[in-house]
Design a binder for this molecule. Structure first.
Ligand SMILES: [Zn+2]
Length: 237
């Protein structure tokens, strides 16, 4: 009888392990399981690597939240990687359509990892973001926070290369050239990147680039794209 009990326990244990595995697979979702849309396609910084599938998305059904064709195109773009919070913001429809289009222009040619739009964005560690940039974040403290309104995004990686230390990389720089090539109403008017990247592109305020040293220093590790206004841009060329 003891032997039978042991076998039964072993079978039960195996069953529990199998059930746990199945649950993990459900959580991770098919994008990690070799359908060609693997998150490996786009390298996101550690801790941000997104499966593209949240519990809500997985169990809630694909069509529950109607999103625009452009948002859908971005979400399905294998060149676009994003943190779970960024994916949720897109699905919730709070991301500015111009920003979505600018990202689509970039992903036509490069793989990028976008970290935060609104949710999960912090200027200062441990300080919850609000409508204004907190004092203490360089000279921008007190200015409206475009992230808060879904009008800004931070890009951390281009073609698997972190922005940090790669401001001079041709692919990272090309993201700047793609932006420079957008029409003035389609181009973000708050483009901030690392000092070397900014210098090499040699763009102007009129084209949307932020050139102040304190801001480029604060963006050594990411490229920030934002639209300062709800309608129109401040770009004059
Ligand atoms: Zn930003």
């Amino acid at each position: 009888m003891r032997g039978v009990g042991r076998v039964a326990r072993a079978v039960l244990t195996l069953g529990v392990v199998a059930a746990l595995c199945a649950f993990v697979v459900l959580l991770v979702g098919p994008r990690h399981l070799g359908d060609g849309l693997s998150a490996e396609d786009v390298r996101c910084p550690k801790g941000l690597d997104d499966t593209g599938i949240s519990l809500e998305r997985f169990f809630g059904g694909e069509d529950e939240e109607p999103v625009s064709g452009e948002v859908r195109a971005l979400l399905e773009d294998p060149n676009f990687g994003a943190s779970p919070a960024a994916v949720e913001d897109l699905r919730a429809g709070i991301v500015d359509e111009r920003l979505v289009r600018a990202l689509l222009a970039i992903t036509e040619e490069h793989k990028i990892c976008a970290d935060a739009f609104k949710e999960g964005h912090y200027f200062l560690p441990g300080v919850k973001d609000g409508p204004f940039i907190p004092e203490g974040y360089g000279e921008a403290g007190g200015l409206p926070n475009t992230h808060f309104y879904g009008r800004a995004v931070d890009i951390w990686d281009v073609d698997g290369k972190p922005i940090e230390g790669n401001g001079g990389d041709p692919d990272v720089r090309d993201v700047g050239w793609i932006l420079a090539g957008l029409g003035r109403d389609e181009r973000p008017d708050q483009i901030i990147g690392p000092p070397g990247w900014t210098r090499a592109l040699d763009r102007t305020y009129e084209e949307g680039w932020i050139l102040t040293k304190d801001q480029t220093e604060l963006h050594r590790d990411h490229i920030h794209l934002g639209f300062t206004r709800e309608n129109g841009t401040q770009n004059t060329r």
